[in-house]
Write a protein that binds this ligand. Structure first.
Ligand SMILES: Cc1cc2nc3c(=O)[nH]c(=O)nc-3n(C[C@H](O)[C@H](O)[C@H](O)COP(=O)(O)OP(=O)(O)OC[C@H]3O[C@@H](n4cnc5c(N)ncnc54)[C@H](O)[C@@H]3O)c2cc1C
Length: 384
């Protein structure tokens, strides 16, 4: 063991949460030796992560600011009976930028790429082939693991980034175009216009099962392009995702899985918004929390993130209840009405919803009025 290794912080997994934690520590706690280990050949995989301005607190913005590849001053939503433009900032972060920034900030002595981890312990990572890396404490940020102890629905999508021969005419992100066919459940198309000729088009739907029919979603995107008369000159990139939408579950038991005393971050630690499955806001908060932690032993890190995960899980019960209403009370073809109604509410309430910071008044406002689901089924869903 090299000198100083016993003091270092080990981060398993160089995706969103692991990289943000490493970057935050490198900036705010440069005295702490750290090593982040990733099995891929680059950090962050193949992603574009997006977030609203309100999702990240002003005091944490410094962490994410250098990673923003595109920003817009507003966005649209479109439903069969309701279209609206919102004047809230929206940003996206490509994984290439995260990769470059992590390499430059950490320098090659603080990261390992192409190294598969087979076990994460309180203060140790075990690599494929048997190599053991020791530290003061380790954090497991290897992405979603076994989610079977949570009661989940799924948000599934395929996105394609296109170059168009002619301007597509979309000036701001369309975060939900739900004017598409709704017969199988809530479905929408998401457009991120990076320039007049360059755009991500993503077909997304909420579903009871996690399987993803890639050819079907690809065909839907093609049909959408045709309907809009957008002629792509080239498809540059494709991404896919199956994100958890939480309705309930045994969070304490979920946390114990994959290492009862091991600290966990990102999806592995249950740090995601119950309704959107998005984890960027939590990843920023957790990275900031880590920089304020004095004791970086494995046991202390475990307690820190277990406590934070449990706190958020309890605080977010309301979102899980709404998810139940969407999945279990509304008929599949009518689910879009729940969202259509939601987007008629105050824009500031909507911003707080996405940031996971709904107030008591917001919650009452969301639930008040005639719900767009049958009452009997709503009561049954809530009791389940
Ligand atoms: C295509 C896509 C788009 C998304 N868009 C958004 C968005 O716009 N906004 C948002 O907030 N959320 C978004 N999400 C949801 C969520 O934020 C992401 O999934 C996010 O990347 C999760 O962060 P994470 O760090 O937990 O896991 P990941 O980012 O998946 O990171 C886990 C890392 O661990 C590595 N790893 C896994 N196993 C091992 C091993 N055995 N050894 C070594 N390394 C290992 C992986 O290679 C990976 O790099 C998106 C998800 C997907 C899939």
């Amino acid at each position: 063991m090299a000198k100083g290794d016993e003091r270092r912080l080990l981060i398993a997994g160089g995706g969103l949460a692991g990289c943000l934690a490493a970057l935050a520590m490198a900036h705010r706690r440069p005295d702490v030796p750290l090593l982040i280990v990733e099995e891929g050949q680059s950090f962050g995989g193949n992603h574009i992560w997006s977030f609203f301005d309100a999702d990240v607190a002003a005091e944490d913005r410094w962490l994410i600011e250098p990673l923003i590849g595109a920003r817009w001053r507003g966005y649209y939503v479109a439903f069969p009976q309701h279209r609206k433009k919102f004047a809230h900032g929206y940003n996206s972060m490509p994984s290439e930028l995260l990769d470059r920034h992590v390499r430059e900030t950490l320098g090659s002595d603080r990261y390992r790429l192409g190294a598969k981890i087979v076990a994460v312990r309180e203060d140790e990572l075990v690599l494929e082939g048997g190599e053991r890396l020791k530290g003061a404490g380790a954090i497991d940020a290897r992405g979603a693991a076994n989610l079977s102890l949570l009661d989940l629905g799924w948000q599934k999508f395929v996105g394609r980034e296109y170059r168009f021969a002619e301007p597509h005419g979309v000036d701001l992100p369309v975060i939900m175009d739900a004017t598409v066919d709704q017969s199988e459940g809530y479905r929408f198309v998401y457009n991120l216009p990076f320039s007049d000729e360059h755009m991500l088009v993503e077909d997304t739907y909420y579903s009871d099962t996690p399987d993803l029919d890639l050819p079907e979603l690809g065909a839907r995107i093609e049909a959408y392009l045709q309907k809009r008369r957008w002629n792509p000159a080239e498809m540059e990139r494709e991404e896919k995702g199956v994100l958890p939408v939480a309705m309930g579950g045994d969070f304490a038991a979920f946390w114990r899985m994959g290492g009862a005393r091991v600290a966990k971050l990102g999806l592995r630690g249950g740090f995601f918004h119950p309704t959107t499955g998005y984890s960027l806001p939590d990843a920023v908060c957790c990275a900031a929390l880590l920089t304020r932690q004095k004791d970086l032993s494995g046991a202390a890190l475990h307690d820190l993130f277990q406590r934070e995960g449990a706190r958020l899980w309890n605080e977010r019960r309301f979102y899980r209840t709404l998810n139940k209403m969407l999945f279990r009370a509304a008929e599949p073809a009518e689910r879009y009405r729940v969202l259509e109604r939601f987007y008629r509410l105050d824009p500031a309430l909507i911003a707080r919803f996405y940031a996971g910071q709904s107030t008591m008044f917001d919650k009452l406002r969301i639930l008040s009025g005639k719900p767009p689901v049958p009452i009997g089924r709503a009561v049954k869903a809530l009791r389940s």
